[in-house]
Design a protein around this ligand. Structure first.
Ligand code: FE2
Length: 286
């Protein structure tokens, strides 16, 4: 059976590439520290020596729009083009082609359906910065096949925090059942408190620094009970109009098995808190 070797959950700041590749005199003051933290985080993936990356992200109205909007979707393509025009123009993110793993996509799709998750699928998915940013940060050599999974965190009605957590648990079980000798890492990205286009956008900190600190502590300790007790759709809305990206962090806690994280780091950037978590699965008694 496949070996689940690491779970990584992090923010996906689209300006990282531009901020850290600009000429030194044009870089933001935090660029060197940001790069240092990201490179340290990258090592947590390399250490696990993965063969395949299962990647959880969310389309930002690039490919999926309101005419046909699935809650959960799995990519089943041999190759994925990446980076949309506005991401190149605004964020300076390069174009990428990511290799897919059709066999694992097929297996995960069936397994997740069998576990009562009605997944949409796409054989022609093009992925956006929610998938490409973690490639840039934790696997810039882009040398591993991926299985992309998209969740709807933008267009209400959204699934509950509990449903996101349960999906993470189902993904963990599906990987454990996959008949392969491959080493699998799961990488998921989302947001802490975030405001896009609203009155609290681009402040000195994220729109709700109290929530950000609390959320990091919950994830550090693997305290899913506290998250499910305290985090609701209205509470996320109160913390910032795009805070629903935290649902992907909740999902990743399910993938990790709601344990304390083995690696935690964060960076208070202007207008948002960056956060980086890694869990290494523990050997469990049969
Ligand atoms: Fe995003």
């Amino acid at each position: 059976m496949a070996k689940h070797v690491a779970t990584l959950a992090c923010t996906h700041h689209p300006f990282y590439f531009k901020a850290t590749t600009a000429l030194p005199d044009q870089q933001m003051p935090q660029a060197a520290e940001w790069k240092h933290k990201v490179e340290a985080y990258r090592d947590t993936l390399a250490r696990a020596q993965p063969d395949i990356l299962v990647m959880i992200g969310s389309d930002h109205f690039h490919q999926i729009f309101l005419d046909n909007c699935p809650q959960f979707l799995i990519g089943k393509a041999p190759l994925y083009d990446a980076t949309f025009y506005n991401e190149m123009r605004e964020f300076g993110i390069p174009k990428y082609t990511l290799q897919g793993d059709e066999d694992m996509s097929r297996f995960l799709h069936q397994s997740l359906m069998d576990q009562n998750f009605d997944f949409a699928f796409s054989n022609e998915l093009k992925v956006d910065h929610s998938i490409v940013c973690p490639i840039i940060t934790v696997r810039p050599q882009n040398d591993l096949p991926i299985v992309p999974i998209y969740t709807n965190i933008f267009a209400p009605p959204l699934h509950s925090p509990r449903r996101f957590y349960d999906l993470g648990c189902a993904i963990r079980r599906a990987i454990a059942d996959y008949p392969s000798s491959k080493r699998v890492a799961v990488i998921g990205t989302g947001h802490l408190s975030l405001e896009l286009g609203g009155p609290r956008q681009f402040m000195e900190t994220g729109p709700d620094p109290v929530f950000d600190r609390q959320a990091i502590e919950w994830l550090r300790s693997g305290n899913v009970e506290a998250i499910l007790e305290n985090v609701t759709h209205p509470s996320m809305e109160k913390s910032g109009n795009a805070t629903h990206g935290f649902l992907n962090f909740i999902l990743m806690l399910g993938v990790a098995g709601s344990e304390g994280a083995d690696y935690v780091d964060s960076l208070d950037l202007f207008h948002t808190m960056e956060a980086y978590f890694t869990w290494y699965p523990k050997e469990r008694a049969a």
